[in-house]
Ligand binder design. Structure first.
Ligand code: PBG
Length: 322
């Protein structure tokens, strides 16, 4: 009690603050998302995500080299196919953009961890994350496509697969096919608690994956729900997930914290496109201090319990931290 206890004593100098600091960000915490398109020499800016690009494989390799040299251990790949169709067949084409990028990245940087997003929405004409029939996204028929997609990524050399579709049973389905095809060593990072969020807006421009009708609320989680996230995570763990993700991050810090408290698997959090764009826009207007806000956001996500953070800020943050 005051005047005996004076918490300010431990805040008096930066050196003392460093000694008692509870959360330290490092480049090891980050996973950097990359958007891959067909062709070569292409590096097309994504207008709503300043600093992010759609890149052809040759450019993706250059960017990944820089990411790697900053000490960031991993990238996650999203593909924008040349042609979309009803069943998203380029998602599991052995010569698709993502498969080609995996090979190129692993050839030039064997120890860079290459994770792939496993989902149908970038590859389908309707922009939904699964098979559509009569305006409904069908669960079980989608599992087969996700299995094919995950397997094709593993065959191309991916180090880890990350299903983001939110179909029920996809982790078990993917674990099963990977195991039976000789990939029992490949971990699954599941987007376990993924909410139907307006914060994905800019990403849908980046990945050209906006649903052409309706929305994703029949498969992604309802934002007001907290306990349901624990159910989703528990199911994915039972099905064999190795890492569980909460997405988005910033409006769901309570969920990250719950997942961390209740389970002993590594927890990932996705600091999504809208969270990035808000900071960029406010900084462009001169309304906030970009670097401080960025580091405060990333620190808060780690403090809440994330062991790793998927973030478009990865290179900028890593530069400031090194
Ligand atoms: C694909 C997918 C999405 C994101 C990652 N994987 C979009 C969506 O579900 O609509 C969002 C990432 C971001 O906003 O940064 N299903």
């Amino acid at each position: 009690m005051f005047p005996i206890h004076r918490p300010r004593r431990l805040r008096r100098t930066e050196s003392i603050r460093r000694m008692v600091r509870e959360t330290i960000l490092t480049p090891d915490d980050f996973i950097y998302p990359l958007f891959v398109v067909a062709g070569s020499g292409i590096k097309k800016p994504i207008s709503s995500m300043p600093g992010c690009f759609q890149e052809s494989v040759d450019e993706v390799v250059k960017t990944a080299k820089e990411i790697h040299s900053l000490g960031i251990p991993a990238v996650i790949l999203f593909g924008i196919p040349e042609h979309k169709d009803e069943l998203g067949s380029e998602a599991y084409d052995p010569n698709g953009v993502v498969q080609t990028a995996i090979k190129a990245l692993k050839d030039s940087m064997p120890d860079l961890v290459v994770i792939t997003d496993v989902c149908m929405c970038e590859y389908t004409t309707h922009g939904h994350c699964g098979v559509v029939k009569d305006g409904e996204v069908l669960n079980d028929p989608t599992l087969e496509l996700l299995q094919k997609e995950a397997l094709s990524h593993a065959r191309a050399g991916a180090d880890m697969v990350a299903p983001s579709d939110m179909m029920d049973g996809r982790v078990a389905a993917i674990r099963g096919i990977l195991d039976s095809e000789g990939f029992s060593h490949i971990p699954i990072m599941s987007y376990a608690a993924k909410y139907a969020s307006a914060f994905y807006g800019p990403f849908r421009e980046a990945a050209e994956s906006a649903p052409q009708f309706g929305d994703r609320r029949s498969y992604q989680m309802d934002p007001p729900n907290r306990r349901e996230a624990l159910k989703e995570v528990a199911l994915d763990i039972e099905e064999g997930a190795d890492i569980v993700m909460v997405k988005p991050a910033l409006s769901y810090l309570d969920v990250i914290s719950d997942v961390k408290e209740n389970f002993d698997l590594p927890v990932a959090a996705y600091n999504v496109s809208g969270e990035y764009s808000l900071v960029k826009a406010a900084a462009q207007l001169g309304w906030i201090d970009h670097d401080r806000v960025m580091l405060e956001i990333l620190t808060s996500i780690k403090r809440a319990g994330a062991d790793m953070i998927l973030t478009y800020f990865a290179p900028e943050a890593a530069r400031l931290l090194s």
